[in-house]
Every structure is written in structure tokens, then in C-alpha cells.
Design a protein around this ligand. Structure first.
Ligand code: FES
Ligand code: FES
Length: 166
């Protein structure tokens, strides 16, 4: 009888714009595939139970906690991790804004925060509409727990990107 924990299946998906095809046990967590099989250590393993948001990646443009996603569900999907944000020699505007506002501290939550924030910011499209208050910005990153910053500087960084003022 096949053991679904250990039997391998082929899963093909797009990762940070590049095609990836791997052989993996179907229930292996995306988080583990990223970190251990593909060597992308930017996605952090916090609680491992779907509570902290530190492992957030974008799947087909939406923020998802990668510790709860079995790899078999990713066939044909587009996955983006924090490694997709900066270009050689150039930070992503959100990263620049975080550096300027002091919104990046211990870094434990940071990759998850950036992906949740980018998912929201990119959903606004080119014609970014500044929110009247911070409610939408806060809601967009509500799934990511930060123990250091009190969120104010992180939200300020998002606000700067929305306003194009980075
Ligand atoms: S490690 Fe995935 S939500 Fe905490
Ligand atoms: S910067 Fe430390 S947990 Fe968010």
C-alpha cells in the first residue's frame, strides 16, 4: 500500500518567475520545500502552525502562510517569496521605505510582512489610491505578528509606497 507521507509526486509551478519542477512527498509543506529543498531561506519558520504569518508567501498574488500548504496543491501555481522583491543593487520600494522609517527591526516577521504588504500594494495597480486612513493597510498585514515595532513604522512604510513617496 502506498504511504502518502513518503511517496513522491512531481509538482511543477512557477517560483519567483522561474519554472520549477520537483519530486516531493505530496504533503510536504511549501515552507519546507522552499527552505530545505530549494535553498530559499528568506521565508521564515515561526510557529509552524498558521498563527504568526512569518512564513507568508504570495500564491497567485494572494498572501498565504506556507507552513499550511502541502506542496501537491501548488501544481500550476505562481509562487513568490521575499527573494523576488529586490533586484541586483536595488531594493524594492517597500524595503527602501522600511529602511527609512525604521520599520525593520529583528527581522523575524519581516519577510512575511513584506509579502503580505506587497500582495496588497500590487493589488492596487498603477493607479494607487491612497487610503483615507490606515485601516486597509493594517488589514492587509493583520495576519503577520510583529513583536518589535508596534506596526506604526511598518504602516508608515506602506503609506509611503502608496503615496509614491519613496
Ligand atoms: S510559521 Fe507559518 S504561520 Fe507561523
Ligand atoms: S521586526 Fe521583530 S518581530 Fe517584527
Amino acid at each position: 500500500m502506498m504511504d502518502i507521507e513518503t511517496a513522491a509526486v512531481r509538482v511543477s509551478f512557477e517560483l519567483n518567475g522561474q519554472p520549477v519542477s520537483i519530486q516531493s512527498p505530496p504533503l510536504k509543506r511549501l515552507l519546507d520545500v522552499l527552505r530545505h529543498d530549494l535553498g530559499l531561506m528568506g521565508t521564515k519558520n515561526g510557529c509552524g502552525e498558521g498563527d504568526c504569518g512569518s512564513c507568508t508567501v504570495l500564491i497567485d498574488g494572494l498572501p498565504v502562510v506556507s507552513c499550511l500548504v502541502p506542496i501537491v496543491q501548488l501544481d500550476g501555481a505562481k509562487v513568490r517569496t521575499v527573494e523576488s522583491l529586490a533586484e541586483p543593487g536595488r531594493l524594492h520600494p517597500l524595503q527602501e521605505a522600511l529602511a527609512e522609517t525604521g520599520g525593520a527591526q529583528c527581522g523575524g516577521c519581516l519577510s512575511g510582512f513584506q509579502m503580505a504588504a506587497c500582495g496588497y500594494l500590487e493589488s492596487l495597480g498603477d493607479a494607487k489610491t491612497p487610503a483615507d486612513d490606515d485601516t486597509e493597510l493594517r488589514r492587509a498585514v493583520a495576519g503577520v505578528l510583529c513583536r518589535c515595532t508596534g506596526y506604526q513604522r511598518m504602516i508608515e512604510a506602506m503609506r509611503r509606497v502608496v503615496a509614491g513617496g519613496v
